[in-house]
Every structure is written in C-alpha cells, then in structure tokens.
Write a protein that binds this ligand. Structure first.
Ligand code: PLP
Length: 381
C-alpha cells in the first residue's frame, strides 16, 4: 500500500462524491441548456450545486461562476479586472501560484500593466504597512492579488486585514483560496473580496472543475464568448458531473471541518516532532504557527542522497513533492523558497496531509527517510 502525502497537489476523490456524481454521467445526462425534462433536471442540479457553494461562502447565487479549474479562475479574475474594471496596476508577490505569476507577466507584457511585488518575510508573510504605502502612493486603479495559503509552504494571509486595506483605498482584491477552500471558513460578506478562486480536486472532489466568486458590484464582460451558460459570462456546456461533485465535496469538507482539522493537525505536529527527534539540521519553511494545517515544508541539509529524496521516497512507496510541484513533471528549484530568501541548496520536500492519512503512516515515512538519509540521522544518546 502506498502512502500518499501530496494532498496539496491533489486529493483522492471521495467515494461519497463519486456516488453523487455517477447518476449525472449515466442516467441524467441531459444538456443543462435543453428545455426538455432531461435538460431541466440537469439545470436544477447545477443551480443546486451553485446554491451549496454560495451558502458555504455566504455569497449570493449570482456571484458564483463555474470554471474548468483554479488556474482558469485566477486567469479570469486578473484578466477581467484589467479589461473590464480599468485596473492599471496589480500588487502581488513572487510566491503566488504560477498561474497568477504567469498571468500577471502576460498582463505586463501585452497590456503594459504595472506589477508590484511585495516584500516577503522569511516565513512568507507580506507587510501590511508596505501594502498600505503602495495603495496610498498612487492614483492608478489597482488590484491586489494574494494567495490565501501558500501551496508550497502553507503560510496564511490575513484576508480580513488585506480586504480592509483594499476597501479603504478603493482597490479590488483577488484571493486564491484553492488551498484553503473548505479547510477554513470563509465568509465573503464579512470580507472585502472582489474575486475568489476555488478548485474541486483539492478537497476530495473531481479534477477539471473550479469556480470563481465575483462580487456582485463588479460588472464584467463575458470571459468566454458563445452560448448563454453561466449567465453569459463563460460559454460552453457545463461540466455537469464535475459541478455536482465539486459541491458535494465542499459540503462534506465544510460539514466535517472541525474533525478533519483536529486529525490533520495531529498528523502535522506528529511529523514535526518525529523529524526533529530523528534528524540533524532539519528546517521547516513557512510559519508553523500561522500555516495551513495540511502543509508541511521541510528542508533537509544538502548531502549527495538528499538530492534524490523524492525519488527515493517514491521507490519506497511514498508520494511527496520536491521543489515546486511543476506541471511539466520535472523538479525545479522552488520559486517560493527563492521568494522568501530560503536556502535553495537545501532539499525542500513538501508533505501534505489529508483526513485519510494516519500517524502510523507518518512513522513509516520517518523510518524510510532514515534508511535513505542515514548520514543525518541523530545519534542515539
Ligand atoms: N492556486 C493554487 C494555490 C494551487 O495550489 C493550485 C494547484 O496546485 C492552483 C491555483 C491551480 O488549480 P488547478 O489545478 O485547479 O488549475
């Protein structure tokens, strides 16, 4: 049996979610745009799913738009803010997910948008004072785009404080909540958020389905032209079973949040203690106090064997991420570790947990690492 500790990359689909999705691929296959009863049934399922998601976020129904993934949601938010809301300047960081970094690169290159990168502390926090200075220092229409929990090191942003600053300076605020959605309560009515992105496969839902929350005050033009789906904003026949699965998964994780959190926090602290007790010169990246409970980023000292740690773990039946989980499948130095001024000569491994993991699995992983890296195992005293 393999041990899967890469739940920030993706999570296994829950059986309950699969069961909820199945009928929408087999019996109820209607096109939600058709007016016959199969179509109407499919349309009802989509609107029910939208209601579930809106309820989880305390949003209005008309503020939830389904997309194909978190990447699309982030692109949509950034590009619409520029095209439709007159944004000329984006304030972000160099530790965002590549879909935000590369979308802002494109906006700079093709649309001459000014991009400002906030300074990051060594734990990965922004400075609210620096953000305030930038916000008050220019009349340019501005969008602040900041990740809620960093997907590599887990550091969490205070979205309430950032939202308040954006409100005070009439800036738009986009937050990428792909790693936090379901794991932390988010109430968009209590927060000044203009755009918020989510993705189904990070909380035991299906891949290929996401959504974008667009605050109702922001009037934008269609992102994909075609039919009238998603209230004319994103054309294309809806991913019916994906939408049903996304909503079911979000409902399950939100309902069981407290129990999941307690269990996963227990796994994380068990692993931290075991790593500290077992190895010399171990360092943890991010903020252990204010970090996502499902993400643990560990830097191992450079030895000839640490370079191959992810591969060694994989051969030993354990899945974790090394460097950044890159879409090309290749391992690169992490842009996040670089952005926080971390030591890129050390080998960084991201372990990320789910409610399916156990403490026994963590103990097995620690023993496997001892076998792979005997030179850094602490001497028994
Ligand atoms: N944003 C963050 C923080 C992520 O972790 C990811 C996926 O790893 C994405 C965006 C992209 O989401 P998707 O895989 O649904 O495109």
């Amino acid at each position: 049996m393999r041990i899967y500790l890469d739940n920030a990359a993706t999570t296994p689909l829950s059986k309950e979610v699969l069961e909820a999705m199945m009928p929408w691929m087999t019996e109820h296959y209607g096109n939600p745009s058709s007016i016959h009863s199969e179509g109407r049934r499919a349309r009802t399922a989509i609107e029910q799913a939208r209601r579930t998601i809106a309820k989880c976020l305390n949003a209005s129904l008309g503020e939830i738009f389904f997309t194909s993934c978190g990447t699309e949601s982030n692109n949509w938010a950034l590009k619409s803010a520029v095209r439709d809301l007159g944004v000329q300047r984006i304030i972000t960081t160099k530790a965002e997910h590549h879909c935000v970094l590369h979308a802002t690169d494109a906006l700079k290159q093709y649309q001459n948008i000014e991009i400002i990168y906030l300074t990051l502390s060594k734990e990965g926090h922004i400075s609210l004072e620096e953000l305030q200075n930038y916000l008050s220092g220019s009349d340019k229409k501005t969008l602040v785009s900041l990740i809620h929990a960093n997907n590599e090191i887990g550091t969490i942003l205070d979205i309430k404080k950032v939202g308040d600053l954006c409100l005070a300076h009439q800036a738009f605020f986009h937050t990428d909540t792909v790693q936090t959605l379901g794991y932390y309560p988010i109430d968009v009515q209590a927060l000044n958020i203009s755009f918020l992105s989510g993705s189904g496969h990070k909380f035991h839902g299906p891949k290929g389905i996401g959504f974008l929350y667009i605050n109702g005050d922001n009037i934008i033009k269609p992102y994909i032209d075609g039919g009238a789906q998603e209230r004319n904003m994103r054309a294309g026949t809806e991913n019916l079973h994906g939408i049903v699965g996304l909503a079911k998964a979000l409902e399950i994780v939100s309902t069981n949040r407290a129990a999941y959190q307690t269990h996963i926090e227990g796994l994380k602290s068990h692993m931290i203690e075991a790593l500290k007790a077992s190895f010399e010169d171990i360092r943890f990246n991010g903020d252990l106090e204010q970090g996502h409970y499902k993400i643990l980023s560990v830097s191992f000292p450079p030895t000839p064997k640490t370079e191959m740690l992810v591969m060694g773990l994989d051969i030993a039946g354990i899945s974790a991420s090394g460097g950044s989980a890159c879409s090309s499948g290749a391992e690169h130095d992490s842009h996040v570790i670089e952005a926080i001024g971390g030591d890129i000569d050390r080998k960084t491994i991201r372990f990320s947990f789910s409610s399916y993991n156990t403490k026994e699995q963590i103990d097995i992983v620690i023993n496997k690492i001892k076998n792979i890296l005997p030179s850094i195992v602490k001497e028994f005293v």
